[in-house]
Ligand binder design. Structure first.
Ligand code: 5GW
Ligand code: MN
Length: 278
């Protein structure tokens, strides 16, 4: 057993306490009292029929997601009465934020960025250390911990991580603010997971929201809505951490043999059933 003095007891570390703490926790592979001082806000949207995904999402998150840290879920929904009762572990809580129902499903993308932006500005900026925004139609299967934290966090798209750059489904029309030319781009990132420090996530959400508004004014919608804008953003504002597809797999895909563990995966959904007005 390897006990160490917490940096908070050591004045020489001053303001670098939190950033210095994280690698140490990983190195020791165990939690200690200072790791509990990390607070992670997790935004989840469950509008309309997507409330049906909440139970599995939350129950599996309680098993695997940032266990041992302070986790505060912010759940945006138009159906607060349908939020399931899920037992939360110590240091974990959930706030339900009632939001108006969607008029058009296309509004979801913009809405998500807008709500994240507002929540950070009004509430999270100086209160939490990290933020994750996660799709609700997904389930945790294995450990997701401090190794996932970084200033700006992105995840590789499970279908496209083996593809060459020209095949990435970036927005290719120069008229859109999400445009990426054929000879540019590092990876194709998935829109279902974004994360990072509050100021970094705020800048991302604000920029994507504004780019989507500009597209709207020009009557163009990017091919994969906010995912296209996110990819554009990450091209010019590089993520400091890129998570492997272990952190966002898809139940429809076979796990390749070199992939040892699926940590989080999108559940199969019946599109006709959950998307009422296609
Ligand atoms: C409904 C119709 C079309 C597209 C999205 C929606 C929808 C999405 C909705 O009615 N309610 C809702 O809460 N969402 C949120 O947006 C969920 O958090 C969902 O996980 C996220 C992204 O939409 P997905 O999961 O349908 O997108 P894909 O690309 O993962 O299939
Ligand atoms: Mn999804």
């Amino acid at each position: 057993m390897c006990k160490r003095t917490s940096y908070s007891d050591d004045p020489s570390h001053g303001d670098s306490r939190l950033t210095a703490d994280i690698p140490v926790n990983i190195q020791h592979g165990k939690l200690n009292s200072s790791s509990k001082n990390i607070t992670v806000a997790t935004t989840v949207f469950a509008l309309g029929k997507y409330v049906r995904f909440l139970k599995v999402f939350l129950e599996s998150a309680e098993q695997h997601f940032m266990v041992g840290y302070t986790v505060h879920y912010y759940l945006f929904t138009d159906l607060p009465d349908e939020v399931p009762d899920v037992n939360l572990g110590k240091g974990r809580r959930l706030t339900v934020i009632k939001t108006p129902s969607l008029k058009r499903w296309q509004d979801m993308s913009q809405r998500r960025m807008e709500m994240i932006e507002k929540l950070i500005e009004e509430e999270l900026m100086f209160r939490v250390n990290y933020i994750f925004s996660l799709d609700v139609d997904a389930k945790f299967h294995a450990h997701w911990g401090a190794e996932s934290l970084g200033d700006l966090v992105a995840v590789l798209h499970p279908w496209l991580f083996g593809s060459s750059r020209e095949k990435f489904t970036y927005e290719r029309r120069p008229e859109s603010q999400a445009y990426i030319p054929l000879d540019k781009g590092d990876y194709y990132y998935e829109g279902a997971v974004i994360g990072g420090r509050p100021d970094k996530v705020l800048k991302l959400a604000k920029t994507c929201r504004m780019q989507m508004e500009m597209d709207q004014a020009n009557q163009i919608e990017a091919v994969w809505q906010e995912e296209s804008h996110l990819n554009k953003y990450f091209l010019y504002n590089k993520p400091t951490k890129v998570l492997s597809p272990e952190y966002l797999w898809n139940d429809q895909l076979d796990k390749p043999s070199h992939m040892k563990v699926v940590r989080f995966s999108q559940v199969n959904k019946n599109y006709a059933d959950v998307r009422p007005n296609p």
